[in-house]
Design a protein around this ligand. Structure first.
Ligand SMILES: Cc1cc2nc3c(=O)[nH]c(=O)nc-3n(C[C@H](O)[C@H](O)[C@H](O)COP(=O)(O)OP(=O)(O)OC[C@H]3O[C@@H](n4cnc5c(N)ncnc54)[C@H](O)[C@@H]3O)c2cc1C
Length: 519
């Protein structure tokens, strides 16, 4: 369905972007107008059950798989809405009163696009995106009912039926502690609920979806959770969900970019031969594939942790404390590395298609590139994620959890050949952990150096995951592919003294990663 139906629909609305049209010719309020094909694609995404599965904990893998498949098509027009709605559902499931749940969850988790209510999340204000504590929107308690007044600067899914936003109740403290979390319905008794869309943003990527700037003027709102817990609720239930799904999307983008490039290389000829037979092209493809496999494994581990934590939050089996700490680390570090990798992989894929790679009607790649760059900024920029992990490592002692978990995995590799790679990786981990400890002890050193260390720390973990998977699968040719991908990542990013040109096995490594993909 993704390739045969959603793909062509996306292509048909690619150049017909949402428009702000407050009224139709009969004076009916419409606000945002989309191409019919956009809604057709949405019907298919919703019918697949992506949001239905959000209704209960324990479905993270099923949701991730559907999200991944849709991301192969670069369908961010609906994937953003699906992400925001999933986070919204979790916020309500975990923190809302029974009354709020009863009224809103059935619509948010409906399987039919036409019947469904979609959710949006508005944190960012013009003076502060990363610095959410600078939020200035005010919540006023009027005779026991809340009203929101203020401006939200980045409002994706501006056509959503329900908005989840942060605002500061009058008289509460400054910073993030003074923020409360509210549900704001789009309409109350059939009329727009105290807001107006100033304009839609003209964006680099995710263009099929409407992102607006919205002014709220005494919009009726309903409080979710404790009045001083808004920021915590948003981060744990909403942002952590978005950061996880963001990485799932990145992995889907990488997979599609690799497929485009490898298929093209297998048929395109230059100078009398297939370009897939040029060693430079083979190396480039192998590096792209290794990157995708690494992202896939760390994101699937994150999905497993996400499922455990969501299950615990809903009163199910308790996640163990090591898992909780590691999830806190992985959700941020993995988003950082996967979103950087996605942009890089798409860019290299475009290079393999040459001039055709830059043409919109030739392949999905230009759209994937634009979306990948937006993924990098969304839900926490790289530096902000880095700063958060460093804070968590200092405050919560997470560095030990992270290093121990990775080291245990590496030491558990029993296979001889894979074990040699694991030993090399362990040496890198030991070196890194010394620098990480220094970052925690010396804040100025950490503020300057931690980001590159964090990227490497996450990659060390990815190498461990690939080796473990290679050992578990134990099946040719997959074992070879996964083991070789681990080794390629190790040499390319982690071992400072590794030089591909001095490695007599490098060519074999490239071939093992590629397997039979280019035959
Ligand atoms: C297409 C799109 C859709 C969006 N949709 C939504 C939405 O629906 N809802 C919503 O709430 N937001 C949304 N956003 C906003 C997005 O989440 C923010 O843009 C993002 O969080 C960054 O905030 P900012 O733009 O204010 O950047 P800033 O916070 O101003 O950051 C600018 C630069 O400074 C760096 N920086 C900031 N703090 C630090 C620090 N402590 N240490 C080191 N460097 C730092 C950042 O890394 C970045 O490079 C959207 C953004 C885009 C592009």
């Amino acid at each position: 369905m993704v390739a045969g139906e959603i793909g062509p629909l996306v292509e048909s609305y690619r150049t017909h972007l949402p428009e702000l049209a407050k009224y139709d010719g009969h004076g009916n309020h419409i606000e945002i107008r989309f191409h019919d094909a956009y809604h057709e694609a949405g019907r298919r995404v919703w019918a697949a059950g992506l949001l239905r599965r959000a209704a209960e904990a324990g479905n993270s893998f099923e949701q991730a798989n559907l999200f991944y498949l849709a991301s192969l098509e670069g369908e961010m027009g609906h994937m953003c809405a699906a992400t925001c709605t999933t986070g919204f559902v979790r916020v309500l499931r975990r923190h809302a009163s029974t009354d709020l749940k009863d009224r809103y969850l059935p619509g948010l988790t409906a399987g039919s696009y036409d019947a469904a209510v979609r959710g949006a999340q508005f944190l960012t204000e013009v003076q502060g995106g990363s610095d959410v504590g600078a939020n200035a929107s005010v919540a006023r308690d009027v005779d026991g009912s809340w009203e929101i007044t203020g401006e939200k600067w980045f409002c994706s899914v501006a056509d959503a039926g329900l908005f989840l936003l942060l605002a500061r109740p009058e008289g509460s403290t400054s910073g993030t502690r003074g923020l409360a979390c509210f549900v704001v319905p789009r309409t109350v008794e059939g009329r727009l609920n105290g807001f107006s869309i100033r304009r839609l943003k003209d964006k680099l990527g995710t263009t099929a979806m409407a992102s607006g700037e919205i002014d709220f003027d005494r919009a009726a709102a309903e409080l979710v959770g404790e009045v001083d817990a808004g920021f915590k609720i948003m981060v744990t239930a909403m942002l952590n969900t978005s950061r996880w799904m963001n990485a799932v999307g990145d992995v889907g983008i990488m997979r599609r970019a690799y497929l485009e490039a490898s298929n093209y290389a297998a048929v395109r000829e230059a100078f009398g031969q297939r370009i897939a037979d040029f060693p430079l092209v083979r190396r480039q493809l192998a590096e792209m594939k290794a990157e995708w496999l690494a992202g896939l494994h760390s994101t699937w581990e994150l999905t497993s942790l996400d499922e455990a934590i969501d299950t615990e939050a809903m009163g199910g089996t308790a996640a163990d404390q090591g898992e909780v700490g590691f999830h806190r680390y992985l959700v941020n570090a993995n988003k950082l590395v996967c979103s950087l990798a996605a942009t890089e992989v798409v860019r290299r894929s475009i290079e393999i298609l040459g001039g055709n790679g830059a043409i919109e009607e030739f392949s999905v790649l230009p759209r994937l590139l634009r979306d990948a760059v937006v993924y990098e900024q969304w839900e926490g920029t790289h530096n902000v994620l880095t700063a958060q992990v460093l804070r968590d490592m200092g405050r919560l002692g997470l560095a030990g959890t992270v290093v121990d978990r990775t080291a245990t995995m590496l030491k558990g590799i029993a296979d001889n050949d894979l074990g040699l790679v694991a030993d090399r990786t362990q040496t890198v981990l030991e070196d890194l952990s010394g620098h990480v400890a220094r970052c925690i002890e010396e804040p100025e050193y950490g503020a300057l150096h931690f980001r590159s260390l964090l990227e490497r720390l996450l990659r060390v973990h990815q190498v461990g995951l690939l080796l473990k998977a290679a050992e578990e699968v134990g099946l040719e040719p997959f074992e070879q592919e996964l083991g070789a991908a681990a080794e390629l990542i190790l040499g390319r990013y982690l071992e400072s003294d590794y030089r591909a040109e001095s490695d007599p096995r490098f060519e074999v490594l490239v071939e093992r990663v590629l397997g039979s993909d280019l035959d």
